[in-house]
Design a protein around this ligand. Structure first.
Ligand code: SF4
Ligand code: SF4
Length: 326
């Protein structure tokens, strides 16, 4: 399966993957369906070897957002017709007011939180389950893991990460949540079947009622660029490639992400200064040029950040599907 020894790699938050030249197509925002919130900036309790925004305990490139900042963006998003909310970081549960802020969002609409599940206390999960029940909107947990046991996961996420995350998943299951496990494909294609089977087993052992698994392609920016490889010069999106291409497949056509530094185009380029669209959402509704090589990963793999788990992904390991319910 090709695990690597865990090591922390120094890498910048901002992607250094700009495409040279003029032949760069732009993508218009069709409508703001989804608001992403970078609630804890680039601060995380761990430092995964593949983190594409190089998050960690000491990365303050983007700082935590206040509850008031998030609330103002939630209000603005509602006015603009947003339908759902995604929280990410860093690790959202490092925020002291994570429960209250998630409560504000789920009162407004379906909400998803991307977490490594390591800091999920029983009381936190219990309060969130109660809050979601009161509002009648769905609260979804997306748990990032990179392997189904300590050997496969901790090679990427660091010693002890699997054991803590497994406890978090068990707590979620006990309170009726069915988390979506999200893994970045850091293994060889030939190991895919064994990885999927391992994740299925692990989720059953944790007491999760239904297996929901999302396998992401790796984004070769931040630490991942140094762990694996950089994009090649051919990996870029050109105007010609956009002919007949449905931009609905790109998250930047229906979403924006808010940070403590303003609004950026998408969660993938959240570390890039040039992806700043404005300070308010209303200022951020214009088109964005696909000038980062990371855009090529979106082009070939679709809306990789959304919750969908069932579709086969073109690209590496083509034809691999996430498992359905057991
Ligand atoms: S991949 Fe997620 S859990 Fe890992 S360092 Fe980055 S933000 Fe933290
Ligand atoms: S990285 Fe993906 S979502 Fe972000 S601007 Fe590029 S194509 Fe759009």
């Amino acid at each position: 399966m090709g695990t690597t020894a865990f090591r922390v790699i120094d890498a910048p938050t901002a992607p250094e993957d700009l495409v040279p030249g003029e032949d760069v197509p732009s993508v218009a925002l069709r409508r703001l369906d989804t608001l992403w919130i970078q609630i804890t900036g680039t601060l995380c309790n761990i430092q995964c070897a593949h983190c594409f925004i190089s998050c960690g305990p000491a990365n303050h490139d983007l700082e935590m957002m206040t509850r008031a900042q998030v609330k103002a963006y939630l209000d603005e998003a509602r006015e603009l017709g947003a339908k759902e909310y995604y929280f990410t970081g860093g690790e959202p549960f490092m925020h002291r007011e994570a429960v209250e802020i998630l409560g504000d969002a789920v009162a407004q609409g379906p909400t998803t939180v991307l977490t490594n599940a390591m800091l999920l206390r029983e009381s936190t999960v219990e309060r969130l389950a109660q809050r979601a029940k009161e509002t009648g909107h769905e609260l979804t947990f997306r748990v990032s893991l990179d392997g189904f046991d300590a050997a496969t996961n901790d090679a990427i996420r660091g010693p002890g990460a699997f054991a803590q995350a497994f406890e978090g998943i068990k707590r979620l299951a006990r309170h009726g949540f069915t988390p979506i496990v999200t893994a970045t494909r850091t293994w060889e294609c030939c190991g895919e079947k064994a990885m999927v089977a391992g994740f299925e087993r692990m989720l059953k052992d944790a007491g999760v009622r239904e297996v929901r698994l999302k396998i992401l392609p790796s984004l070769r920016i931040g630490r991942e660029k140094q762990r694996s490889r950089d994009y090649t010069p051919c990996e870029r999106v050109t105007a010609k490639m956009m002919e007949g291409f449905d931009t609905a497949n790109l998250i930047c056509s229906t979403a924006r992400i808010v940070t403590d530094r303003g609004v950026r185009v998408c969660p993938i380029l959240v570390g890039a200064e040039d992806a700043t669209m404005g300070q308010t959402l209303k200022e951020s509704l214009g088109p964005y040029p696909l000038r980062h090589r990371a855009c090529h990963t979106c082009y070939t793999n679709g809306a990789i950040c959304s919750n969908a788990t069932g579709a086969a992904q073109p690209g590496a390991c083509s034809g691999t599907t996430s498992p359905k319910s057991p």
